[in-house]
Each structure stands twice: as structure tokens, then as C-alpha cells.
Design a protein around this ligand. Structure first.
Ligand SMILES: CC(C)=CCC/C(C)=C/CC/C(C)=C/COP(=O)(O)OP(=O)(O)O
Ligand SMILES: [Zn+2]
Length: 418
């Protein structure tokens, strides 16, 4: 991988998934592409809290908008089949993510949208991103990355073992590679040797390993202790154990990792519940990712999914789900675009479409565990059923909050590897 590729991958991972930090100095004359991306980022409209509140309150007072499924689905199908729009060039190292976001959105809206032809395209594209059929990079000829591998495995889980593709996944190579990323403090790097080490790596590693049934004591050694150190005084989790601010993305990753290991009881759950409840903005009723920050539709999953996992474990009521649902339906559907969005004033995108839809499904579901045996719980035992809502339910698929994919696909994929 050239230093330009490393810079670009770092930049994209930081912007898209990473924690807040000083901008990386990647602007150089030799790289006009990155120069352009930086310009777009810098000129992005800064939305003021007052403005957001005003726009949301106006929209929240309107009659509830019902998700325009045909519009959204048609748009997504088009986006997947056509070539990438220019702004997507910026996501060169995130192609596995894009495939997962689009496929998962389609699956949640209507599984028949994901035709065999589209599934074959997904499988073909994903395996091109890997030299040995796993682990996966962010695009063709890119080095493997833990987040790309996570996204690729999730996307493959949606493809129904078409053409026996699940047997093609190189589980041995993935297991060895995951072990090679393991750090003495219990965390995982995102890729070697330049990767970041934080709760994202832990979650991606455990999600991949549990789905492919390659979990081992060696993989999970020290992980609980690492995550315990990431819980902050506020109750949420920071990126690392070095005192980072609690954030919705990292809190989801830590909570889901603990649920996968059936170790939720090893952290301060009451504080975590308080922290989740405090994420619901009192005017907009959507969720923010951290203290004193703006509401954003994607936290309907990162924080909403955390609350759903707590609910399954009998810690109910962190969020006002009906009010969050209203925020999603009235404020996250862009009237002009095909996609779902962060907040009024923003454009829709694939990332927000997926996580807002996951969040919407959560607001219409009750979460619980199958069976009474608390000591042997697995993340695959989490079930959901319909929670009655005031207006018409959206009819989205029920999802598993640990993996962020519909229950049906999850069960089928998981059972394949038992
Ligand atoms: C599985 C996996 C890799 C998950 C990643 C989860 C994660 C860290 C999500 C957060 C992503 C995000 C857009 C943060 C924005 O920070 P910001 O400072 O721009 O936004 P804020 O003001 O809302 O904090
Ligand atoms: Zn967002």
C-alpha cells in the first residue's frame, strides 16, 4: 500500500468512523483528490443547535410522515447498480461498508429487493476485496482492515449462501489474522501495523468471530478488563482506556462486545442507562452521540442499539421510543433526496440510511432473550417482537441489535457455521 493510500484510508476512517481528533495533514500538491475532499469537508454547513431545534420542532408538529418505501428502495437499487456518484470517490477505502449499508437497507425495507442477481454482484464485489477469501480490505488491492472485514461478513450474511458463497469464506485465515491484531492490553488494532486500537476493533473482531463460530479464549483474553477501563465517569464508553470522552459509537461497540461475551454484568449498567437516557435531546427527541452535541439520526442505532441490548437484559426504559420514532420519521426523511439523513438541513447518505432504518426498527420492537438460562446466553438468543406504535408501523424487518442485521439473515448465517 502506498503512503498515499495509507493517508487516504486513515483520513476516511477518521472522518467516517473515527473519534474526533486533530485533522490529519494529508493536504499536499501531489494529491488533488484529498485536497478536494478536505475542501468539501471544510465548507460543509455548520448547523447551529438553535436552528436544528427550531426546524425539528416545526417538523415534529406536522402530521407523522410515513416512510416512503418505494422511493427509498428504488433509489437504493439504482445507487447500487449504477456507477458511484463523484462524492463516493472519497469512500474508496470504505467499499465493503457501502455494500453492507445498501444491502442491509434494502433487506430491512423489503427482502425481495435483494434479488439473486444483486446478491451475486455483492458476493463478487466483496471477494474481489480479499486476496485469500478473507480477511477483507476496503476495496480491490487494499490491505485487510478489521472494519472492512466486519462490513463484508455482515453483507455476506445477507446473501443467503447464494452459489455456496458462505463456504468460500476463509475462516482459518480470518481467525489467524484476528489473533495477529490482538494487543497485550486486550484491545485489537484495526489493521497492521498502522491501525488504531480502540473499542471499534474489539467489537469488529468479536462480531466477526462469533458469526463465523471461531471464538476462542485466546481471542477474548483481557477484553472484558480492557472494556471496563473504557467506561467513563459519565457512564458511556470512550474510544480507548486512556480517558477519552464517552461517545455513542464507542459505547455501542463496547456494549455489543460485552453482550457477545455474556459479560454485561461486569460494567456499571445503571450508569450506562443514565448515559443513554441523557442522549435523548429534550426538544428534538432524537439522540446525540455525546454530551452537549447535536442530535443525529445515526445515533438512533449506536445509542438506540445499546438501549435495545440493555432492554433484552431486562434493563428497560432508557429511551422514549415513540418520540425517537417521530424524530426519525419527521426529521430524518429528506423530502428531496432518496436517502435518510442525520438532521434537517443535511443531505441523505447511505450510512445514515442504514443506521436510521436500524434505529426505526428498534423503536418499533421489544427486545428479550430466548430461554431463561442467563449463564449461557449468546447474542443469537436475542429476539424481538413488534411493539405497538400509535401510527402505522413502518413494516421494517426485525433486527438483532448486536450485529445490526435482520434476525432472519442472522440466524441462517450463524446456523450455517455451527
Ligand atoms: C463498527 C464500527 C466501526 C462502529 C463505529 C462506531 C462509531 C465510532 C460511530 C461514530 C461515527 C461518527 C460519525 C462520529 C462522529 O463524530 P463527530 O464528532 O463528527 O460527531 P458528534 O458531534 O455527533 O460527536
Ligand atoms: Zn450521523
Amino acid at each position: 500500500m502506498s503512503s498515499r493510500d495509507i493517508n487516504r484510508a486513515n483520513f476516511i476512517n477518521t472522518k467516517l468512523l473515527g473519534r474526533k481528533r486533530e485533522p490529519i495533514d494529508v493536504r499536499s500538491e501531489e494529491d488533488p483528490e484529498i485536497e478536494n475532499i478536505m475542501k468539501t469537508v471544510e465548507t460543509e454547513t455548520i448547523i447551529d443547535r438553535e436552528e436544528v431545534m427550531e426546524a425539528c420542532v416545526k417538523l415534529l408538529n406536522e402530521p407523522l410522515h410515513v416512510l416512503d418505501k418505494d422511493f427509498a428502495a428504488g433509489g437504493l437499487t439504482f445507487a447500487f447498480n449504477s456507477s458511484m456518484p463523484p462524492q463516493m470517490v472519497a469512500l474508496d477505502a470504505s467499499q465493503a461498508w457501502i455494500v453492507y449499508w445498501i444491502a442491509n437497507s434494502m433487506m430491512m425495507i423489503d427482502p425481495s429487493l435483494l434479488t439473486n442477481e444483486i446478491k451475486r454482484k455483492i458476493v463478487r464485489k466483496l471477494f474481489l476485496m480479499s486476496k485469500d477469501n478473507g480477511p477483507f480490505g476496503g476495496g480491490e488491492s487494499q490491505l485487510p482492515h478489521i472494519a472492512s472485514t466486519y462490513a463484508a461478513i455482515n453483507a455476506l450474511a445477507l446473501c443467503d449462501n447464494i452459489d455456496n458463497c458462505w463456504n468460500k469464506i476463509n475462516r482459518d485465515a480470518i481467525y489467524k489474522w484476528l489473533l495477529s491484531l490482538k494487543q497485550p492490553d486486550g484491545s485489537f488494532t484495526t489493521c497492521n501495523p498502522i491501525g488504531e486500537r480502540d473499542t471499534r476493533g474489539v467489537y469488529c473482531a468479536l462480531s466477526i468471530a462469533s458469526l463465523l463460530n471461531i471464538m476462542s479464549d485466546e481471542l477474548t483474553e483481557g477484553v472484558v478488563e480492557y472494556l471496563q477501563q473504557c467506561q467513563t465517569y459519565e457512564g458511556g464508553f470512550g474510544a480507548t482506556r486512556l480517558g477519552d470522552e464517552a461517545h455513542g459509537g464507542y459505547t455501542f461497540c463496547a456494549t455489543a462486545s460485552l453482550v457477545i461475551m455474556n459479560k454485561l454484568n461486569s460494567i456499571d449498567i445503571e450508569k450506562l442507562m443514565e448515559w443513554c437516557a441523557a442522549r435523548q435531546c429534550t426538544e428534538e427527541m432524537g439522540l446525540c452521540g455525546r454530551s452537549n452535541k447535536l442530535v443525529d439520526g445515526c445515533y438512533s442505532f449506536w445509542v438506540g442499539g445499546t438501549a435495545a441490548m440493555l432492554e433484552a437484559n431486562d434493563y428497560h426504559g432508557c429511551l422514549k421510543k415513540e418520540a425517537l420514532r417521530k424524530y426519525i420519521l419527521n426529521c430524518c426523511q429528506s423530502k428531496t433526496g432518496i436517502a435518510l439523513r442525520d438532521k434537517p438541513g443535511k443531505n441523505g447518505d447511505f450510512y445514515h440510511t442504514n443506521y436510521v432504518l436500524l434505529g426505526l426498527s428498534i423503536t418499533e420492537s421489544k427486545f428479550y432473550y430466548h430461554g431463561d438460562d442467563k449463564t449461557n446466553r449468546t447474542p443469537f438468543d436475542i429476539l424481538s417482537k413488534s411493539l405497538s406504535v400509535k401510527e402505522v408501523p413502518s413494516g421494517l424487518a426485525f433486527i438483532n441489535p448486536v450485529y445490526g442485521i435482520p434476525n432472519e439473515s442472522l440466524q441462517e448465517f450463524h446456523e450455517h457455521f455451527i
